[in-house]
Design a protein around this ligand. Structure first.
Ligand code: COS
Length: 387
């Protein structure tokens, strides 16, 4: 899909994002960490910049960026705390992609303009208390009753659930089938009787970005709420996996943005911190840590760009997306660890951002596919080539 957004306009957008991140958001990082929320005036500014609609087609009010462009914005935004980008990224990525890729014209018309403007916020509900990595074993059911689905079950660790208006819910519409078959993706609106959202969890990092349980008790929605319409019944798992292919490239790009910040912080600190009579940057063991981090950053960058280009070109890119996310999420953890080591004692206290970035980076190896699930996905695709 070619972008309707030309190169010059995209360069201007990227420049505006960069300035917003460095001048408006970075000074607020500590406040967001402590308050656990992003100020509402910042969210209003994000709406004005059109950030909620980055990936949504222009005919519905979005920018219609290509995935290749999207990952560049993701990298720029990930230079600051994840809480900021997680305000709008679910509308760009997993919360809206299902409707963009597979929605009926009526579903697109109804939801995409609001998702693009930020008036509506989206959440993607796949994970359950007993279905994490084994997503196809999910137990939430949607039973047909006349013209409605009646949904029962619960979802766990759902990003942005407490502020979402539109939920994409993966539920079993055919209980006679096990595994992936029989799962459909259903749109449920906030306020539907029987839908409740739990309290935001107290997380290790990424503070200010809520994740909550979502519970469905006899929630009724029209049968037409299946993404893609009734003909798409049973396609929910495949659609979720397709959405996750793009999502994983995006998480990899967020790892790169965080890595860039960590390397910049560590290199600047190494140049000004003196020990044994000189800046510690002069010591070769410090230089080795910086060089390893820079090399991993560059390797990850190449992987992300390659995976984004492949998916954009319509190629089978599941394993490439998994490789990009696997490498970038693991390497940003190593980069965070080295940055903390370079800061020494100062890296272990909350005064400097490295302590917070270290905790923020840890989640990347878990969400949208653990490193171990991604290893399986990569190996499966490889072995198919050899069989
Ligand atoms: N794109 C399109 N279709 C896909 C796909 C993809 N990337 N991956 C799998 N599918 C399809 C398969 O082709 C298969 O379809 P058919 O039944 O028509 O052949 C179906 O989906 C089931 O796939 P598979 O047999 O591979 O399912 P498994 O149960 O073995 O699960 C893993 C595969 C483990 C890879 C999957 O469950 C997974 O990714 N788990 C992690 C979930 C996750 O990332 N959760 C994070 C929370 S979301 S924020």
């Amino acid at each position: 899909m070619a972008s309707a957004f030309d190169e010059e306009s995209f360069a201007q957008l990227l420049d505006a994002v960069d300035r917003f991140v460095r001048h408006r958001l970075m000074p607020l990082e500590k406040q967001v960490e402590e308050a656990g929320e992003v100020p509402s005036d910042v969210i209003d500014e994000m709406k004005k910049m059109g950030l909620f609609g980055l990936g949504i087609p222009q005919e519905f009010g979005g920018y219609e960026l290509t995935l290749f462009q999207e990952v560049q914005v993701q990298m720029a935004f990930s230079y600051t705390s994840p809480a900021f980008r997680l305000v709008f990224w679910p509308n760009v990525g997993i919360g809206s992609k299902g409707i963009v890729l597979a929605g009926t014209p009526a579903q697109k018309e109804k939801y995409l303009p609001g998702l693009a403007s930020g008036e509506l916020r989206a959440s993607f509900c796949l994970t359950e208390p007993d279905a994490g990595s084994d997503a196809a074993s999910l137990r939430t059911t949607a039973v047909r009753d006349g013209d409605d689905w009646v949904i029962n079950g619960s979802k766990r660790f759902i990003t942005n659930a407490s502020r979402a208006h539109v939920f994409t819910v993966m539920a079993r519409t055919d209980s006679s089938k096990r595994g992936a078959a029989g799962i459909s993706a259903i749109i449920v609106e906030r306020g539907t009787p029987g839908l409740s959202v739990g309290k935001p969890e107290n997380k290790m990092g990424q503070k200010g970005s809520p994740i909550c349980d979502v519970v469905f008790e006899d929630v009724r929605v029209p049968v037409s709420n299946i993404i893609g319409g009734l003909d798409a019944e049973g396609n929910g798992f495949r659609m979720a996996m397709q959405v996750l292919d793009a999502g994983r490239i995006s998480v990899a790009a967020s790892g790169l943005g965080m890595a860039r910040r960590l390397i910049d912080e560590a290199a600047r600190y190494a140049l000004q911190r003196k020990q044994f009579g000189q800046p510690i940057a002069k010591f070769q063991l410090i230089q080795a840590m910086l060089a390893d981090s820079e090399t991993e950053y560059l390797a990850g960058h190449a992987l992300v760009m390659q995976a984004a280009a492949a998916l954009e070109a319509g190629q089978e890119a599941t394993a490439q997306a998994a490789s990009a996310k696997y490498f970038c999420s693991e390497s940003v953890s190593r980069i965070a660890d080295r940055a903390l080591q370079i800061f020494g004692g100062a890296g272990y206290i909350a005064e400097y951002p490295v302590e917070r970035l270290y905790r923020d980076a840890r989640a990347l190896r878990i969400y949208e596919g653990t490193s171990q699930v991604l290893q399986l996905v990569i190996a499966r695709a490889m072995l198919k080539r050899y069989e």
